[in-house]
Design a protein around this ligand. Structure first.
Ligand SMILES: C[S@@+](CC[C@H](N)C(=O)[O-])C[C@H]1O[C@@H](n2cnc3c(N)ncnc32)[C@H](O)[C@@H]1O
Length: 269
C-alpha cells in the first residue's frame, strides 16, 4: 500500500461528524462502514430523491458489466480504479480475476476510512496482484508513479473512473485530469467512466442539499459533458448512455427504470 499524503491537494481527515462521500455512498449501497452524520444526510437525500439507492446500485452493476467486458472480450489484464470507494460486493479485482486470475489491479482513493478498510481490496489471486494508493485524483503524477510499481504501462490498462469526476468541480479542470491519465496509457487502453447527470431537477436539488451539508461537493454534469470526457478515444458500443442501457445482461429481476446516471467506455487508438 502506498500513502501519498505528502503530495499536493487537500488531504481529508477522518472526521465522523461531517458526511464523507465514500461513507454516504456505502450507506446508500446498504453497507455498514458509515457514521450517524453520513446516515443523517444520506436519509435526507433519500427523502428528497428516493431513487438515489437505485442509482448507486445501477452504478455498481455497470462496474460489473464493464469489468466483465474488459477482462473477457477486450482481453485487458490491468486495471487502475480511481475513486474506488469503501469495499463492497464485486470490487474490480473480484470481477476481473475469476475471468483472468493474472489480472493486476491498483485501487486509488483519498478517503481515510477507505484506507483503513483497504485490506479487503487486496485479496488478490496468487497469479495476479492488487495494490492500494492513498492519493487525490488531482495528483495524477503521484498516482501514475505509484501505480507503475504494480502495472506495466507498456501494456494496455483499463482506467476505471466511476462516480469520481463529479467530485471534481469545473474549476479543477476535470478534462485535463483525464487527459494527463490517458496520455500515460499505451494504445489499446480503455477509459470507463460513469457519473450522475443533471437531467433530473429533483436529483439536482437533492445534490444541492448534500453539498451544503458534506465535507466535499458533487457536480452532476450533462450527458454531453460526460461524453466530452472521452475525447480522442474510440467509443465502445453503445457509447455514453444511461447506466442501465450499457450492455445490459439477462437477469431474473431486471431493473430497467431510468436513473440520472450515465456511463460509457472508450478505447485509446
Ligand atoms: C461515489 S463514490 C464511488 C465509488 C465507486 N467508484 C463506485 O462507483 O461505486 C466516490 C469515491 O471517490 C472518492 N473520491 C472523492 N474525491 C476524490 C479525490 N479527489 N481523489 C480520490 N478519490 C476521491 C471518494 O472517497 C469515494 O470513495
Amino acid at each position: 500500500m502506498t500513502d501519498s499524503s505528502s503530495a499536493g491537494g487537500q488531504k481529508p481527515k477522518l472526521d465522523a461528524s461531517v458526511p464523507h462521500s465514500a461513507r454516504v455512498w456505502n450507506y446508500w449501497l446498504g453497507g455498514k462502514d458509515n457514521y450517524p452524520a453520513d446516515r443523517s444526510v444520506g436519509d435526507q437525500v433519500m427523502a428528497m430523491f428516493p431513487d438515489i439507492t437505485r442509482l448507486a446500485r445501477a452504478d455498481r452493476a455497470f462496474l460489473g458489466r464493464a469489468v466483465r467486458y474488459l477482462a473477457g472480450e477486450a482481453g485487458i489484464r490491468q486495471f487502475l480504479d480511481i475513486g474506488t470507494g469503501l469495499p463492497t460486493a464485486n470490487n474490480t479485482h473480484q470481477v476481473a480475476q475469476p475471468i483472468a486470475p493474472e489480472s493486476r489491479i491498483v485501487y486509488v482513493d483519498n478517503d481515510p476510512l477507505v484506507l483503513v478498510h483497504a485490506r479487503a481490496l487486496l485479496t488478490s489471486t496468487r497469479e495476479g496482484a492488487c495494490d492500494y494508493i492513498d492519493a487525490d485524483l488531482r495528483d495524477t503524477g503521484k498516482i501514475l508513479a505509484e501505480a507503475a510499481k504494480t502495472l506495466d504501462f507498456t501494456q494496455p490498462v483499463a482506467l476505471m473512473m466511476l462516480g469520481i469526476m463529479g467530485q471534481i468541480p469545473d474549476s479543477d479542470h476535470p478534462e485535463s485530469i483525464i487527459k494527463r491519465l490517458t496520455d500515460a496509457l499505451p494504445a489499446g487502453s480503455y477509459l470507463t467512466l460513469s457519473d450522475g447527470v443533471n437531467t433530473s431537477e429533483t436529483f439536482t436539488e437533492a445534490v444541492r442539499h448534500y453539498n451544503e451539508n458534506s465535507a466535499s461537493t458533487y457536480h452532476p454534469r450533462s450527458p454531453e459533458q460526460i461524453t466530452s470526457f472521452f475525447e480522442g478515444l474510440e467509443p465502445v458500443e453503445p457509447g455514453v448512455v444511461p447506466l442501465m442501457q450499457w450492455r445490459p445482461e439477462a437477469t431474473p429481476f431486471p431493473d430497467t427504470g431510468e436513473v440520472p446516471g450515465y456511463g460509457g467506455m472508450g478505447r485509446k487508438p
